[in-house]
Structure formats: structure tokens, C-alpha cells
Design a protein. Structure first.
Length: 124
């Protein structure tokens, strides 16, 4: 009986020690905050924000109304290209073209349906 308990204890100890040994995430090189209820990149009571990470892919469908805004929070270079699209799946008209870190971009009343940070809309 003791050998069974000892075997179970050993197995549990090995299993729990291997759980914390995953592959570490890469550092964030691009992070933008999208403000759904503020044109000035201010957090408002009851307001909603969303995150756009550069690692999310070349196109992400996050709808933000035209009264919103966007701000690059983290970036490895001084200027980033962040495109807001009027259609889902990065179609339609490009609304935003570039942003400096911690610079707020007002959507000017245009509803944004999707986002990308690839260089295609900028001819690069």
C-alpha cells in the first residue's frame, strides 16, 4: 500500500513541476489601446477599451465607433503604422495611417471595423 501511495505522490510531484515549464511569450513589440467611448484617448467611467497586439496577425476584426480613438502604448520604434479599416477583414477605406508612441488619434466620426499594422496600405 505504501508503495502505491509513494508512486502516486512521485507522479503528482513530477506532473506539477512540469506544468510551469512552458515556452515563454515573446516580448511585446507593438501594442495599441483602442478607446470605444473617447475621442481623446481618455479612460471614461463605463467606457470600453480594447487591445490590439502586433502579434495578433495582419488583420483583426475589432469594431470601434466613430467617437473613439486609438493610442500606441508600446513600440520598439518611434513611429508605427496602424491602419483602421471601415470594413471587416481589413477591407474598405483606410482611416488611420501612422502614429507615434503615446500619440492619440481621433477617428473623426468614422466607424472602424478592423485593424492592421502591416505595411501594405502604405505602399511598403
Amino acid at each position: 500500500m505504501r508503495s502505491i501511495i509513494s508512486a502516486i505522490t512521485t507522479a503528482l510531484a513530477l506532473a506539477s513541476s512540469s506544468l510551469g515549464q512552458g515556452v515563454p511569450d515573446e516580448p511585446i513589440s507593438f501594442y495599441a489601446r483602442l478607446y470605444h467611448n473617447s475621442s481623446t484617448c481618455a479612460t471614461v467611467t463605463g467606457g470600453r477599451t480594447s487591445a490590439y497586439l502586433g502579434s495578433m496577425g495582419s488583420c483583426v476584426n475589432i469594431s470601434v465607433n466613430g467617437g473613439g480613438s486609438a493610442e500606441i502604448i508600446v513600440g520598439e520604434v518611434t513611429k508605427y503604422f496602424l491602419a483602421g479599416w471601415t470594413g471587416r477583414d481589413c477591407t474598405g477605406q483606410v482611416v488611420l495611417v501612422e502614429s507615434n508612441v503615446r500619440s492619440c488619434i481621433d477617428f473623426g466620426g468614422v466607424d472602424i471595423q478592423s485593424w492592421s499594422n502591416d505595411m501594405k496600405p502604405f505602399g511598403k
